[in-house]
Design a binder for this molecule. Structure first.
Ligand code: ADP
Length: 489
């Protein structure tokens, strides 16, 4: 990529810089000689200082020093009596020294400012380069005055010309319609004094392309008392698309694995149950034959019935063992801080929530008793309920997608966990039906999530249930026993 280096400005030919210094002093000299007859005192000192300043600003230290030296020479020769000679009376020496010192001071000032400007320009150029490489733009927003400043990369991300003045309206115009409410809420929070911000939203570009942005910002208070929201936004489209693809692939794989496992299990259950059923049919037919003889053979028939009983028990045994497998192993119950379990579960489901632009809100009660539970299984329940909530909000556009997870103490020996969404809710059917195995309304659902949640919670001695919110969405709640009350481990 060919771009001008941040150092290029200083590479102008040295010859030009020195030539400009000589020319500036020459112009000052000629102008002073022309003006002098019309003025009471010589204008050369002022004009030569201008020439020195210009030379130092244009060419740096060397040309500045050359201009100073030439000015001192010109001043001595043309303007210090006797004129047109280098003879100097001792009384005139201070004037010449003063010009030289002032000239040097002007050169020093210019050179140090030039150095600072150069460093600033270099650092700005490197920052712009870094922003472009990392697809990260920066912005500053003075909430009180509404002044918004964007970096070059922010303009690039928003697909706007750098001549356009950035405004909140322009931001909202670009934000994907489904995410506008979320962004509006964050903007309102900033206006109300919020301190820190981290969220993701999408942009809908004029060409129909969708960009995913990760925004991080915080409030900065200056010594003057002014406040500004300063932040960075990263274009994470490539990462999100890769995650999406990997998520879809994983989901497909998991589905195939579940369907395969289910198919295998069904085949083996069918085989295991078929054998006792076939035996039952054979014994039943034989028993019938013994009983329909002219003289019924009651003993033989009894033997057949007792075989039927045995085979029926065997079939029952098969079904029971399948249930045990489905219920998995007994939970490993240990004392747990349920808030900690929730924090860990939320960390796991954060990518899913971010992807669906869902904000997870935690309202965790402090000083809860420990609960008695299996960490992994309880996490599985929380993640299952939370993912159902996130999915139920996937099509919600007109309100902020918020998933709230609450904990509270119930009576003295129970802790309650509630997972509340503002999603599409469910139809008028009985809510208990949602927990039935294989009940699903999703095209790629298995209908096993809630059923497994129920068996886990029941194995913990708790209860799980669903309710419709007064507003939109549903709340799923479960209780688990507090550790200290009933279950000394
Ligand atoms: P799956 O997610 O595979 O469908 P689940 O057992 O987890 O299986 O859920 C069963 C059904 O319950 C879902 O298909 C959906 O109809 C309903 N459901 C679960 N959670 C929610 C929720 N938060 N909001 C609305 N409906 C829900």
């Amino acid at each position: 990529m060919s771009r001008s280096s941040p150092l290029q400005w200083s590479r102008r030919s040295a010859f030009v810089n020195y030539a400009v210094a000589v020319l500036s002093v020459a112009v000052a000299l000629v102008a002073a000689l022309l003006l002098e007859p019309h003025m009471q005192s010589s204008p050369f000192v002022s004009l030569s200082l201008c020439a020195i300043m210009f030379s130092a600003w244009f060419g740096g230290l060397g040309p500045g020093l050359l201009a100073t030296a030439l000015s001192v020479v010109g001043f001595t020769y043309y303007f210090v009596p006797p004129v047109n000679s280098f003879d100097v009376a001792p009384t005139d020496l201070p004037r010449i020294i003063l010009l030289a010192v002032t000239g040097l001071f002007v050169v020093w000032l210019n050179v140090s400012r030039r150095g600072a400007e150069g460093a600033l320009r270099r650092s700005e150029a490197y920052l712009a380069e870094a922003q472009q490489l990392s697809h990260t733009g920066s912005f500053g927003w003075k909430v009180a005055s509404g002044d918004l400043v964007w970096s070059k990369e922010t303009y690039q991300i928003f697909g706007a010309e750098e001549t356009v003045e950035p405004t909140i309206d322009l931001v909202l115009q670009r934000v994907h319609p489904d995410d506008r409410e979320l962004v509006r809420r964050e903007i309102a929070r900033a206006a109300q004094g919020g301190q820190d911000y981290e969220y993701e939203h999408r942009l809908l570009m004029p060409n129909g392309a969708i960009k995913h942005l990760h925004v991080r910002a915080h409030r900065v208070k200056y010594q003057s008392g002014a406040e500004e929201i300063v932040g960075a936004l990263t274009d994470v489209t490539a990462t999100r698309e890769a995650q999406e693809a990997s998520h879809t692939a994983q989901a497909n794989l998991a589905r195939v694995a579940r369907v395969t496992a289910l198919a295998q299990m069904s085949a083996s259950v069918a085989h295991e149950v078929n054998q006792p059923l076939a035996a039952i049919a054979t014994y039943a037919a034989a028993g019938l034959r013994w009983l329909t003889r002219e003289v019924p053979e009651v003993d033989e028939a009894r033997a057949c019935v007792s075989h039927i009983l045995e085979e029926a028990n065997r079939a029952g045994e098969v079904i029971r063992s399948v249930r045990d497998v489905a219920r998995k192993a007994d939970p490993e119950l240990t004392p747990l801080d349920i808030n900690e379990v929730i924090d860990e579960a939320v960390a796991l489901l954060k990518p899913d929530a971010l992807r669906h632009c869902v904000t997870v809100q935690l309202q965790l009660a402090s000083e809860l008793p420990l609960v008695r539970g299996d960490r992994v299984q309880l996490q599985q329940v929380i993640i299952n309920l939370a993912i159902n909530g996130v999915q139920a909000m996937a099509t919600v556009a007109r309100r902020a997608r918020v998933l709230t997870i609450r904990t509270e103490q119930r009576e003295s020996d129970q802790v309650l966990v509630a997972v509340e969404d503002v999603g599409i809710g469910t139809g008028p059917e009985g809510l208990d039906r949602l927990f039935s195995a294989f009940y699903t309304t999703k095209p790629d659902g298995m209908g096993m999530g809630l059923s497994i949640c129920r068996s886990i919670i029941e194995a913990h001695g708790g209860r799980v249930w669903a309710s419709r919110n007064i507003g939109p969405g549903m709340t799923f709640q479960f209780t688990v026993s507090a550790y200290r009350s009933r279950c000394p481990l």
